[in-house]
Design a protein around this ligand. Structure first.
Ligand code: RRO
Length: 389
């Protein structure tokens, strides 16, 4: 039997532990419907503001290498269709259809007042049964709002925002699960302070998504000798493979420091099933995919799920609980085991090359050679006018 990728985030069951990050390809019902049609375990909409907005001036994105996606940057500036769009019945019906997948809304208001207004609107839809909304992700980590620092880097402000929001009846009475999107941290005391604030609100905050893009990075166009991105002097959020290691450290640290009631969702640089596996080893209950989804489209969810399943099967794991949060301590035995497996793989590859060489050219090689000879013969015949019609 294939391993199960089932999980729970904020007590909400997900058929697979891989789904989209809020960001690229999440701004419209049509884009969201492509996610729900894939193997993604949930659907999360683009961060919304109270009113629709177009975002920062173009160009506002940059890719180091479109093929490999080592690194990407964005300074989108929250382009979105406004909260009303993301919570109306028609949008959600198109986004998740009858898949039964949990639909999450993300909010990133200009201030706490705006966030509270949006939450009131969301609660109204839930109360009247108009909208199938499973939970809300509060984005405290957008790096691209001109003139506004990242909220979760200011721990007093983060505490005061959460204090106001977590006291709202939709959370205290109706118990709608709240998630918080966090920026990356890089130093011990910052992890400690962020986790201490989140733990204060563990009655309401049921998951943390770590990490948002690494804020205020800079890509340079060396031909033009200027920033690649137009707004904020080119300063933008870094994502892609390059951020995976920062994301893993944040997931690991958050899992260590947060109370068990708060799940950790890993996000940042996930491209493969192996990346997802690493996030779960570090304690993630689920994994969101942002930049890979941006580059590859929603088929990435099918591929990553399949790769994760294959890896689990190879290791003899039947569910993610078998390895979630079970990253081992570094040990000499571990190094020896790893070395042994790498050597065996190398030998297998060497043997395969030797077998191929000794068994002569393959049928395909022979066909290609024959075709080449034929082409040369025709060309020569033409040149020396051998063939006459
Ligand atoms: O829209 C954006 O510029 C954006 C957002 Br809201 C965010 O949370 N993270 C990011 O990298 N870009």
């Amino acid at each position: 039997m294939a391993p199960s990728l089932k999980t729970k985030v904020a007590s909400i069951p997900l058929e697979t532990c891989v789904y989209n990050a809020s960001g690229p390809r999440t701004g419209s019902a049509q884009a969201l419907s492509r996610i729900s049609a894939s193997k993604a375990g949930a659907v999360l909409a683009k961060s919304a503001t109270l009113a629709s907005q177009t975002g920062n001036p173009l160009p506002r994105t940059w890719h180091h290498d479109a093929e490999e996606s080592h690194a990407s940057m964005n300074s989108e500036g929250l382009p979105n269709l406004g909260i009303e769009y993301y919570i109306k019945t028609e949008t959600i019906d198109e986004a998740i259809s009858d898949t039964g997948k949990p639909y999450f809304v993300s909010i990133s208001g200009k201030n706490t007042d705006d966030n509270m207004k949006m939450l009131d609107m969301i609660y109204e839809k839930i109360k009247t049964g108009e909208a199938r909304i499973a939970g809300v992700e509060l984005n405290l980590a957008c790096p691209n709002i001109i003139g506004k620092p990242i909220i979760a880097y200011d721990f007093e402000q983060m505490d005061s925002v959460l204090k106001s929001i977590c006291a709202m009846p939709m959370f205290t009475e109706a118990k709608i699960p709240l998630g918080v999107k966090m920026p990356p941290y890089f130093d011990g005391p910052h992890y400690d302070r962020a986790a201490a604030v989140l733990n204060k609100y563990s009655d309401v905050v049921k998951y943390v998504a770590s990490i948002n893009t690494i804020g205020n990075c800079l890509a340079i166009d060396t031909v033009a000798e200027m920033p690649a991105i137009r707004s904020k002097g080119g300063f933008a959020g870094l994502s892609g493979r390059a951020v995976k290691y920062t994301a893993l450290a944040n997931v690991k640290k958050m899992r260590e420091l947060l109370v068990d009631d708060i799940d950790v969702v890993g996000v940042g640089g996930v491209y493969t099933g192996e990346d997802a596996f690493e996030m779960i080893l570090c304690g993630a209950s689920a994994v969101q995919v942002g930049t890979c989804h941006w580059n590859e489209g929603p088929k990435c969810f099918d591929r990553i799920c399949k790769e994760l399943e294959d890896l689990m099967a190879k290791k003899g794991y039947s569910s993610i609980e078998d390895f979630k949060g079970k990253l081992k301590e570094w040990s000499k035995e571990g190094v020896a085991k790893s070395r042994e497996v790498k050597a065996a793989k190398k030998k297998l590859a060497k043997d395969a090359t030797a077998t191929k060489a000794s068994s002569g050219p393959s049928a395909q090689d022979q066909m290609l050679t024959a075709l080449l000879i034929l082409v040369i013969a025709v060309l020569l015949a033409d040149k020396f006018d051998v063939i006459s019609i």
